[in-house]
Design a protein around this ligand. Structure first.
Ligand code: TIU
Length: 221
């Protein structure tokens, strides 16, 4: 058992052999200009600050045999898995499925859906396409984790209060003990990241724990 004694709101213990890392949506569509994140009116450059923390988290998992699931938010080319309510929401400059500078926005197989080079999946790692904000909805993630015997989940990725928090809440309800890695997750809204971290830890870890990537790494050495 590894323990991060400095985790918040109290120590987080996890069995490395029953732990998986879920890295959420570190794809060009959210991280680079011209993608879905920018079409929604966001300054995507803010997200680059977490690349070192996310890399440390990935490398730590790789060094300790912790399996990694990289998710990507995207839809089928015919949009059959994209509810009209999602596509028609708001006033984006380009909608899901429209042609943009990185191909069709949020469509599987297009360049915008690729994970950024610094954090790309290695051979043998699981890459999971998901149509929702949560990674359990309409995906085999639950079955994959069951087949691995997973009980504990580490989380990184973007954005903190949208896809990361949704997935972490879904996982918490499914009985996983979850840790959000603070410097491996980012939001377009720094105050939303801070609030998410606070609400996860509140009420005695009602949704889970938080710690830094370095703290997770040192718990494993
Ligand atoms: N817009 C936003 O903050 N996030 C998303 O739409 N998807 C994810 O968080 N991946």
């Amino acid at each position: 058992m590894a323990t991060i004694s400095s985790a918040q709101p109290f120590a987080y213990s996890f069995p490395p052999g029953k732990t998986a890392l879920i890295m959420i949506d570190m794809q060009r569509d959210f991280m680079e200009p011209g993608g879905f994140g920018e079409t929604l009116g966001n300054d995507v450059s803010l997200l680059r600050a977490i690349i070192p923390g996310a890399k440390l988290l990935l490398d730590t998992a790789r060094a300790h045999g912790i399996p990694i699931v990289h998710t990507r938010e995207c839809h089928r080319p015919d949009l059959s898995d994209c509810p009209p309510a999602k596509r028609e929401r708001g006033e984006p400059s380009l909608r899901i499925g429209d042609d943009g500078p990185m191909g069709r926005v949020l469509i599987s197989g297009e360049p915008g859906v690729e994970i950024i080079g610094e954090l790309a999946a290695l051979p043998g790692e699981t890459v999971l396409d998901k149509p929702g904000k949560g990674a359990f909805y309409a995906t085999p993630l639950g079955d994959i984790l069951k087949s691995w015997g997973t009980t504990h989940l580490l989380f990184g990725g973007v954005t903190t209060e949208v896809c990361v928090q949704t997935t972490m809440r879904e996982a918490n309800d499914r009985g996983y003990s979850c840790l959000l890695v603070e410097d491996a997750t980012e939001s377009y809204f720094p105050e939303f990241k801070a609030a998410t971290i606070d609400m996860i830890r509140a009420q005695g870890a009602i949704v889970g724990w938080t710690a830094t990537a370095a703290e997770a790494a040192s718990a494993l050495t």
